[in-house]
Unconditional design. Structure first.
Length: 387
């Protein structure tokens, strides 16, 4: 295949993020051909795939279509994959991973499909180049995705390698951290652009505050990584990639960026958040404090306050969390008049304890947990009202 020609590119994301991903893709100048809850499709070239990996905040992977074909059984899968010219795409010195999503009556285990694809690739390379690539489960470097539904099979090159959620700044994750792509989606959902202060009580390892700082500064998140899948494809255009990186490093928000405040009652959490922000290059944009969330400093005027409390799935005790949620409502009402408040939670029963009516409920997923981002307009004298 000729990667210099326009290809079908599938960009994947977590459920709940596709609207934000679509907005990002369109703002980069691309036309969306189709979309579904877990991603979208565009037509573009390999240089565009590199650019998308550099700039996208809410995507998981950027997948370039290698081939689409009909396939009745595992033997036919092997034969078709083996016939492709893999020696033009992957060197014997490379590391190969295969990921499969299978829904066909001829196979019951996706791992067997991955094995057939892997064997076909390494056998082909060995026959043409005299040596076979190493392979394994790490899902980085040269990664191939198989989607096999009924008799329809599609092979993609994963130009991201590891998920784009792995920004490479979270060296100290602390406990139950929010995934970076989800955090970026939550911040984008608030409409935050850096023009007003953003306050993040219960900051944990700082992911929300750090993603907010990256958004406010306009810094592409891909600058934080030094390894992508496209770098391991034969014919990788290093000069074009380095030129993209140099241009991306010059991008700056030319306006004044308001203060970001992140607090947590746990000193270890704040220490982890500060270290992560330092690694991400945004430490100077965020004020970190150790305090109870109710004592979080609120700058005068208007702003956005985002809280991601525990919700009883992995951490915390429900009875104690009920008190916490009630205190969050008090904090909003007493400390944040004129601001816009947001609570991200996977427990809507606990959310009722906030005692304020949400003006909007936005659906997200934290792994498999169905969550909501609840928006509260915090006017002066906001009246308490059960949801």
């Amino acid at each position: 295949m000729d990667f210099h020609e326009p290809q079908t590119i599938r960009i994947t994301c977590a459920p709940g993020l596709v609207d934000y991903l679509r907005r990002e893709v369109e703002e980069l100048g691309y036309t969306v051909d189709s979309f579904r809850p877990t991603g979208l499709v565009i037509t573009a070239g390999m240089d565009d795939a590199m650019r998308l990996n550099l700039f996208l905040r809410t995507a998981f992977n950027v997948l370039v279509l290698i081939d689409a074909f009909t396939c009745a059984d595992p033997d036919e899968l092997y034969e078709h994959v083996h016939a492709l010219r893999w020696e033009e795409m992957i060197s014997p010195e490379e590391y190969l991973s295969v990921v499969s999503s299978v829904n066909t009556p001829t196979i019951t285990d996706w791992r067997f499909a991955s094995l057939k694809v892997k064997d076909a690739i390494v056998d082909r390379v060995a026959s043409e180049a005299g040596a076979r690539p190493n392979s394994g489960p790490l899902r980085e470097n040269f990664v191939v995705h198989l989607y096999w539904n009924g008799d329809d099979a599609r092979l993609f090159l994963n130009t991201s390698g590891r998920k784009l959620a792995d920004r490479n700044y979270r060296k100290m994750p602390h406990k139950a951290p929010m995934q970076e792509t989800l955090a970026a989606g939550v911040i984008l959902a608030t409409g935050y652009d850096g023009s007003v202060p953003l306050v993040n009580p219960m900051c944990g390892s700082g992911t929300l505050a750090i993603e907010a700082a990256l958004i406010a500064s306009g810094r592409p998140p891909g600058l934080l990584r030094d390894n992508f899948g496209f770098m391991h494809r034969k014919g990788f255009d290093s000069d074009t990639w380095q030129s993209m990186r140099r241009s991306a490093k010059k991008i700056r928000n030319k306006g004044t960026i308001a203060l970001i405040i992140a607090t947590d009652i746990d000193p270890d959490a704040v220490r982890a958040a500060e270290n992560n922000a330092q690694t991400a290059g945004v430490h100077h944009m965020i004020r970190f404090d150790v305090c109870d969330f109710a004592q979080t400093p609120i700058p005068p005027g208007k702003g956005i306050v985002v809280i991601n409390p525990e919700y009883g799935e992995r951490l915390g005790v429900i009875a104690e969390l009920e008190k916490t949620y009630k205190c969050m409502g008090d904090f909003f009402k007493q400390r944040c008049p004129g601001w816009t408040g947001y609570i991200f939670t996977g427990n809507l029963e606990l959310a009722k304890k906030v005692g304020l009516r949400a003006s909007r409920r936005m659906e997200f997923f934290n792994a498999k947990i169905d969550c909501r981002l609840l928006k509260y307009e915090l006017y002066e004298g906001t009246r308490r009202k059960e949801d």
